[in-house]
Design a protein around this ligand. Sequence first.
Ligand code: ADE
Length: 226
Amino acid sequence: MRIDIITVLPELLKSPFEASILKRSIEKGLVEVHFHNLRDYTDKSYNQIDDYQFGGGAGMVMMIEPIDKCISKLKAERAYDDVIYMTPDGSTLNQKMANTLSLSKNIIILCGHYKGVDQRVRDTLITKEISIGDYVLSGGELGAAVLCDTIIRLIPGVLNNETSALTDTFQDNLLAPPVYTRPAEYKGLKVPEILLNGNFPKIEKWREDQAYERTKQLRPDLLDND
Ligand code: ADE
């Protein structure tokens, strides 16, 4: 998979890809991540990429020209499954969307800033608009990092034990069951007996029941989803 990220702040975005699972997935060649500084695509003085909004009002708007130039250059090099715009008014990211996006071959992610991008970008260049939650970030970069993390860990071969992504919380609309490790007893706090007796079918059933009970208690809304 190849991910191209268009941003005015590439330095803000780089560190999540330089550690742990994301770093290893890049080193293993399972994913390529490329950063494109939008300021390299403007002819204006001071590398200007934004301007005042027509009709007046506070806040700058990112101009269509540099965004179009950057996206057109990338599209001339390869076909893209999606051009995603990170914005608080997009569809809220969930596991189902991450599963679908992890099957893509090439995607572009555009990070918004200021008051956002000229509407004509959204109307003509963007195929998906994604928010990471109902709150406003200073820009789309942190959202893009979250989106990339959740997609990349689903690519086969990225996690050591491939099945572990399948048992994640939110797969099958269920929260994950509780987990324990050594010691079996700590200051009188005991690990449930069933996990210690080696009866794996029973353990599996216990985990399923726990996942369901936890979801019913903490996130009943997930059980209503298809
Ligand atoms: N940019 C600003 N806020 C955002 C959010 N909540 N999700 C994605 N991109 C954003």
